[in-house]
Design a protein. Structure first.
Length: 460
């Protein structure tokens, strides 16, 4: 990689500058807009543009950049500049940055932190990746219940940074245990001589540091909060988590679920930033598994080779039969996975889901089976295709098979996510391709078994 001075010379010779993009309005630009512009540049331009920004603006812009670019920028900065940047990030942005580094790089850059930031970062990184500990912001101010509102306001002006967390303040005892949370408007609307204890109600909602991201999303939605305190098992106030982080977490979770449901491993970076070979590897794993699963379809058809040779007409409906089962299974899996994610369903509701999907599958199977029966009858009646003298039995076979296979598809698609949830596996792993492949194989067995019963003594 070119040295920074070489990059500066190379880029400036082309007359490019981040300031030329925004001109005199650059001081009115939100950091997110700077970040969006820098993200769209080649790395050389991005590095120069980032370095042109004032130090405090660099810190603000850095948190809005994608993680891959963050890592590349820090690797290109001097230890002094990198240390300043990392130490001045909010604790949640700092933890997220370190979480994406390799072990060796994490050890290198964590040495750039001062003792306080180093300790808090190491502490939070010690929690499970799916916990909210990785998103805690430690920039908050604690008040004593014995303070007056005037004293509390003065204390906030002196020590509280102007962040999203400043919308709510926290009251704790001498040991640091959380007693209450108070919205700032209650300080403004009450008499300055009143004590904090007089406006406390002792009712607050909090998150435990070990809570999962899913729990945090659910609580923010349920209680309509913009910021929430995070405590440990001893009720000690460790930090806060804000709505902007929850929105990012929700987006990441939804993206992960969609990718898994499509049969793709989680992408570590956005699609456009993911390397060709990495993208291929993450897609190939599930494709290989599904391909091996589909091989069982050929095995199943081989098992019924005799029946197919006697009634070749049965093979005409194989794509129709198995696709209907796979589609119904994918529908059911999608509905149940989303309901579990939104906590509309719990594991205790499995019997309710099973009964509902059996009846739904039967009804849907009757609808599709009727269409299939009418299609065969119509084609035979209009002489568009000759199914032979036993066309009515063939139509009945298709009808019954669709009822059975669609029922099986909806039942499989709805139960697999619940079983995975029970086994503490992400239900999204039961991807649509996985359910479709399972129903394809078993659907063939159902189809040819029904055909063997109905067509026995005629075509078979």
């Amino acid at each position: 990689m070119l040295q920074f001075n070489d990059i500066r010379k190379k880029v400036k010779n082309k007359g490019f500058s981040i300031f030329s993009m925004f001109g005199k309005d650059r001081y009115k630009i939100h950091p997110a807009e700077f970040a969006s512009a820098i993200d769209s540049m080649s790395f050389d331009h991005a590095l120069l543009s980032f370095m042109e920004l004032p130090y405090d603006t660099q810190v603000s812009v850095f948190s809005y950049l994608n993680v891959l670019l963050q890592h590349k920028l820090v690797r290109s900065l001097s230890p002094q500049r990198a240390g300043y940047l990392l130490n001045h990030l909010s604790s949640d942005d700092r933890t997220v940055f370190f979480s994406g580094l390799s072990v060796s790089e994490r050890s290198k850059y964590i040495s750039y932190l001062d003792e306080k930031n180093k300790k808090s970062t190491q502490d939070f990184l010690g929690y499970p990746k799916n916990s909210i500990a990785w998103h805690i912001d430690t920039n908050f101010t604690v008040l004593s219940k014995d303070m007056t509102i005037a004293e509390a306001s003065a204390h906030l002006r002196a020590f509280q940074k102007d962040t999203e967390a400043a919308n709510v303040i926290y009251v704790a005892d001498e040991a640091g245990k959380l007693l209450d949370d108070i919205q700032v408007r209650r300080l403004v609307l009450n008499v300055p001589t009143m004590k904090i204890s007089e406006i406390m109600d002792g009712s607050f909602v909090s998150l435990n540091v070990t809570d999962t991201k899913e729990t945090a999303i659910h609580k923010f939605k349920a209680y309509d909060r913009v910021v929430m305190p995070v405590i440990n098992d001893d009720n000690l106030l460790l930090g806060v988590i804000t709505i902007d982080d929850i929105m990012d977490i929700a987006e990441q979770k939804d993206t992960s679920d969609i990718q898994k449901f499509g049969g793709v491993e989680d992408l570590d970076y956005p699609y456009v930033k993911t390397g060709f070979f990495t993208l291929t590897r993450k897609r190939a794993t599930w494709l290989v598994i599904l391909f091996l699963g589909e091989m069982l379809t050929a095995t199943a058809m081989g098992h019924f080779e005799a029946e197919i040779s006697k009634a070749v007409v049965l093979a005409l409906f194989v794509p129709l039969i198995i696709s209907s089962g796979g589609n119904s299974g994918s529908q059911a899996a999608t509905l149940i996975i989303r309901a579990l994610a939104l906590k509309e369903l719990t594991l205790k509701d499995w019997w309710f889901v099973m009964r509902r999907e059996i009846f739904s599958g039967f009804t849907l199977g009757m609808i599709l089976g009727s269409i299939g029966f009418l299609r065969i009858s119509l084609w035979q009646y209009l002489h568009w295709f000759n199914y032979g003298e036993h066309w009515a039995l063939i139509a009945t076979t298709v009808f019954c098979s669709l009822v059975g296979i669609v029922m099986w598809g909806t039942l499989s698609g709805s139960m697999i996510p619940i079983v995975l949830k029970k086994c503490k596996i992400d239900p999204a792993t039961s991807s649509a391709p996985f359910v479709a492949t399972l129903v394809d194989v078993t659907g063939l067995v159902i189809y040819f078994s029904i055909a063997a019963v109905i067509l026995k003594g005629t075509l078979l």
